[in-house]
Design a protein. Sequence first.
Lengths: 110, 115
Amino acid sequence: QKEVEQNSGPLSVPEGAIASLNCTYSDRGSQSFFWYRQYSGKSPELIMSIYSNGDKEDGRFTAQLNKASQYVSLLIRDSQPSDSATYLCAVINSNYQLIWGAGTKLIIKP
Amino acid sequence: EPEVTQTPSHQVTQMGQEVILRCVPISNHLYFYWYRQILGQKVEFLVSFYNNEISEKSEIFDDQFSVERPDGSNFTLKIRSTKLEDSAMYFCASSERTSSTDTQYFGPGTRLTVL
């Protein structure tokens, strides 16, 4: 079964701290990896995309990809209450389908 | 900034009826997608569409579903003979899909309620 797995949470982080979200995937042929943020009742909003091993930084967000370990993560620095949402990991698999994790609910406590 | 739009935002229908969900992808995008998210569950891929034909579809996308690009701007999802379990948020997405990127941008979704 080709899947994307995330811890459902909730992950509770104090305001100003670093939030670390993790995702593993099973299809070694996957080449494109995405983090989306979804507020309740809203559509997924793209946060980061990453295609190569290593880190990619964009403002307070850093995506990390390790294809050998089939692992992708998202770090959020200086967490704000507005970062509270469900974070979805999505992977384009070898069949060129975007496969989604179930999401991790992140709660930033003021 | 260009965005994907969807209409209606909320559709209520009786079981057994047909519904058409509409999407206007970003104008220079060539790949279009439909996804479904049942309340409290994960986003599920339904179908992708390119060059006026289906390029990939999931097991969910059976004969009850069809997609069409009736003109140069709209992309529709038709659900025939709706069932209670079809109640969900339906998201349309589009992408450029170049050799170096395939970022999909999502519309706001249509909430389908089947009574």
